[in-house]
Write a protein that binds this ligand. Structure first.
Ligand SMILES: NC(=O)c1ccc[n+]([C@@H]2O[C@H](COP(=O)([O-])OP(=O)(O)OC[C@H]3O[C@@H](n4cnc5c(N)ncnc54)[C@H](O)[C@@H]3O)[C@@H](O)[C@H]2O)c1
Length: 406
């Protein structure tokens, strides 16, 4: 199905940017919120994104006006009569989403696809609030949506394959990189990211190394920034919410480091609250309150001194990626696109599974076993890794691992 007209519900941080992306691709889009004030704020944000493009010499002013005029602000669903797709970007509360999906189910043409930009809520449950669950799908953009290329397309239990294909084509029309992710807690990217960030927090509270040294080691590996800078940028409060969604779904291997809660209680959210692991606005200095917090956690939980290595942070991500392959969450090639476009995994390493193939699947497996013996459940190796080792799928050195090498 070709998308001639789209609508976005919620003109906040994500909704406004998504509407900008759609208009930039030349597709008319209705941007709806609950009040004229919220709609105006959303339109202002879109205008400022376009203005910056003009200032950077990437867009002619006349072209900007043409594209910007494709966005129509609205506070009413009466403008949804002729849309082919709706993207919902209202607050992350299941009750609000279900109510919005009932409304858009009633106010859009029968053929329209209803997509949600939820970061963590179950697509199947949202679909069940409508009379057309086959046409309900997750369309997960990343922040900032006008910059980030990746889109996770998440079918729920009832989503038709045609809906998924239509959303792949639509995402490509928006010049994005779509990957299909079968429904699971955290979807793909947050599910791979959090074990890595969590392990960094464990290293810190075990006194394994210093903040700056760990951030630097990860940058030397090729990541665009270290884990602590990343948490400060994303917001520790958001990371903590995701941690608990993952803990609820996957149990002990996602058990959050005590440091998350301690920092959350002190509102050390990062950039947005001026204090996180580092101090802001400049991000140069370390938060001076961290050391005493860590000493208190060490005493309370009787924490032994740990050992830091980049592998200790990355192998939980490798392991989770192996579990995703095993559970058919995404194709290995899509996992690689996802980690490079969504997490900044270094391109020269080809993605997290290529990295495992380079290290050697037997090495990854035996190191995970050693870390399991020392640090516990977070490192129990994915059964797929053992099957690969037993079958001689050891990665590059045997010509076969997650990928084939000739
Ligand atoms: N912010 C991020 O980094 C990010 C990234 C990816 C996905 N998401 C997801 O995107 C969604 C939106 O997040 P956000 O950060 O843009 O939230 P936000 O709070 O910035 O914006 C939400 C907007 O929805 C509006 N709204 C509330 N109820 C509405 C209704 N019934 N009809 C129309 N508009 C309504 C609010 O007035 C507000 O303007 C959430 O599901 C979130 O999990 C957020």
């Amino acid at each position: 199905m070709y998308i001639y007209k789209a609508a976005v519900v919620g003109a906040g941080a994500m909704g406004a940017e998504i509407a900008q992306v759609i208009s930039y691709a030349g597709i008319p889009v209705v941007l709806k919120d609950v009040s004229d004030e919220f709609v105006r704020k959303g339109l202002d944000k879109i205008h400022s994104i376009y203005k910056r493009r003009v200032e950077q010499g990437k867009l002619e002013p006349a072209e900007m006006e043409k594209k910007f005029s494709l966005v129509k602000g609205s506070t009413s669903y009466s403008d949804f009569k002729d849309v082919d797709v709706v993207i919902e970007a209202v607050p992350e509360k299941i009750g609000i989403k279900e109510a919005v999906f009932k409304d858009i189910d009633a106010s859009t043409p029968r053929h329209a696809i209803l997509a949600t930009n939820t970061s963590s809520l179950p697509i199947s449950a949202i679909g069940a609030a409508t009379k057309r669950p086959g046409q309900v799908v997750g369309l997960h953009f990343f922040y900032p949506a006008h910059v980030m290329k990746l889109i996770e397309i998440i079918p729920g239990l009832a989503t038709d394959s045609g809906t998924v294909e239509d959303m792949i084509r639509f995402s490509e029309t928006l010049r994005k990189l779509p990957i299909v992710v079968n429904e699971c807690a955290g979807f793909l990217i947050n599910r791979l990211l959090m074990p890595y960030l969590n392990e960094a927090a464990y290293c810190l509270e075990e006194g394994a190394s210093g903040l700056e040294a760990m951030d630097q080691a990860v940058k030397d590996f090729g990541m665009p920034m270290g884990p602590f800078t990343l948490v400060d940028n994303v917001g520790l409060d958001i990371c903590r919410d995701v941690e608990f969604v993952l803990l609820d779904a996957y149990g002990n291997r996602m058990k959050p480091a005590a440091l998350w809660e301690a920092m959350y209680e002190k509102k050390f959210y990062g950039r947005k609250s001026s204090k996180g692991f580092f101090l802001y606005p400049d991000g140069a200095g370390k938060n001076p309150e961290l050391d005493s917090m860590i000493s208190a956690i060490q005493a309370q939980h009787k924490i032994k001194k740990g050992e830091f290595s980049v592998e200790r942070l990355l192998f939980p991500m490798v392991n989770e990626a192996a579990l995703c392959v095993q559970e058919n969450i995404s194709r290995p090639a899509d996992i690689e696109v996802g980690v490079m476009a969504g997490l900044g995994f270094p391109r020269e390493r080809g993605g997290v599974l290529h990295y495992a193939d380079s290290v050697g699947i037997d090495v990854v497996f035996s190191e995970l076993k050693k870390m399991y013996a020392r640090y516990g459940d977070r490192f129990w190796p994915a059964p797929l890794l053992k099957r690969m080792v037993d079958a001689g799928y050891l990665g590059k050195k045997t010509g076969r691992g997650f990928f084939e090498y000739r």
